[in-house]
Design a protein around this ligand. Structure first.
Ligand SMILES: *Cc1c(COP(=O)(O)O)cnc(C)c1O
Length: 411
């Protein structure tokens, strides 16, 4: 009989979002009239920018003509899109990134997990706690961890706490790490890293010959012009980092699917004999073997993000969500809650009142306010005692949710 990848058996059975669904279902069965406001999921709510829709409509028409038809495209993505990205996202910010170093994909979720294909199985891995679950689960699936303990911490991974106690600056690994996952602006805490903070990581990675996997899916939400949008804004990062970016959150492409990964040409890793090998070459080989590129129509839609109309529309979208975040922050603060994040990211990370657990506070908001958040403990043991609220919703929903929470008993 066929054998399965038994590492999957070690995954903690898709525990966070199914459990949230289960509690919502139980609640709505009892209170079918309740009008729930979901500030839980990390999905955008507002329509696609007109510039992207127009570009895709034009591309669809072109596909209906012999002259404008496009079959298989380059696996790495069309040059015009990679050129636009290199220019707007990197060179304009003073980063030395070439169009050739950019690989277009159908999502950062895919890329952050697929990257393991080109990395060895014996790397010492560090992740923050709390963490975007994909980084951890993809390593579990690849057999890079031991089983999880009661708190959900997998054996063999080094967890670096990201909490109010350390001002959401994770400590450097206590034992050497070869592979480090960082996400800033951070999901779930909504906090951001300064240039000095990223420099500290790059310096560590260079002195330990480690690789940083830097997830910048939320860079568009940064408001402070002093904060870096890319790890490549930091000295030395080209020697030690890969960066993941996505059109999902800035341009609302969660259902359209387009992202990209930057792999510097000079970046290397070692074979088991100790020879240095180009990661760019490995990733290029991996993508051209296992991936056939993102649809032409979608890449035209992504390119339109960089048109002047597209830039203005994306700025409006991001501003809209960040106004929501500001409303959530202000309202919760005025209720005496400790809130973090939400200034350069669409997530607000709320300390639960009166030492309630993450799930107790989740249940209270569900029962009393009919508001759905995400329990911080679901993102890692150090997320216990926090709840994540997302700014991805309509204005009326956010305002109503805050008014309802204000009526809860938070003592
Ligand atoms: C939403 C999100 C992404 C984007 O994933 P896509 O697959 O591109 O939609 C990447 N990283 C984090 C941490 C995210 O929250």
């Amino acid at each position: 009989m066929v054998r399965v990848n038994s590492h999957y058996q070690m995954l903690r059975a898709g525990y966070l979002f199914p459990e949230i669904q289960r509690r919502i279902k139980a609640f709505t069965a009892k209170h079918p009239e309740a009008d729930l406001i979901r500030l839980g999921i990390g999905d955008v709510t507002e329509p696609l920018p007109a510039a992207c829709r127009d570009a895709m409509a034009t591309a669809v028409e072109a596909m209906g003509t012999r002259a404008g038809f496009h079959g298989y495209g380059p696996e790495q993505g069309y040059h015009w899109l990679r050129q636009a990205i290199a220019q707007h996202d990197y060179r304009q910010r003073g980063c030395d990134v070439e169009a050739d170093e950019i690989f277009i994909s159908d999502g950062s979720k895919c890329d952050t997990s697929n990257i393991l294909d080109i990395l060895g199985d014996d790397n010492r891995i560090a992740v923050t706690d709390p963490v975007y679950p994909v980084y951890v689960d993809s390593n579990v699936m690849a057999g890079h961890t031991g089983p999880a303990d009661d708190q959900g911490r997998y054996g063999g991974l080094q967890y670096l706490p990201l909490t109010a106690d350390n001002d959401f600056c994770a400590p450097l690994p206590a034992t050497p790490a070869d592979l480090i996952y960082l996400c800033f602006p951070n999901n779930p805490t909504g906090t951001v890293a300064t240039r000095a903070e990223l420099q500290r990581w790059v310096d560590y990675a260079r002195s330990h010959e480690a690789l940083i996997l830097f997830d910048a899916a939320y860079e568009a939400f940064i408001r402070d012009p002093e904060l870096p949008h890319s790890i490549f804004e930091v000295e030395g990062a080209r020697d030690c980092a890969v960066e993941f970016r996505s059109f999902s959150k800035n341009a609302g492409f969660t259902g359209t699917r387009c992202a990209f990964t930057v792999v510097p040409k000079a970046l290397t890793g070692r074979t088991s004999n100790g020879d240095a090998v180009s990661l760019w070459q490995l990733w290029s080989r991996r993508q051209s073997t296992r991936f056939n590129g993102v649809g032409y129509v979608v890449q035209r839609g992504a390119e339109a993000v960089y048109s002047s109309a597209g830039q203005a529309q994306v700025t409006r979208l991001v501003t809209f969500y960040m106004e929501n975040a500001a409303i959530i922050r202000q309202q919760l603060r005025s209720l005496g809650l400790a809130v973090y994040g939400g200034q350069h990211a669409p997530y607000v990370w709320v300390r639960t009142p009166e030492s309630r657990s993450s799930w107790q506070f989740f249940d209270q908001l569900l029962q009393e306010a009919h508001v759905v958040g995400t329990p911080g403990a679901g993102f890692g043991a150090a997320g216990e005692g926090y709840l994540r609220l997302s700014a991805f919703n309509g204005r009326a929903q956010v305002e109503a949710a805050m008014a309802r929470i204000a009526r809860c008993n938070l003592r």
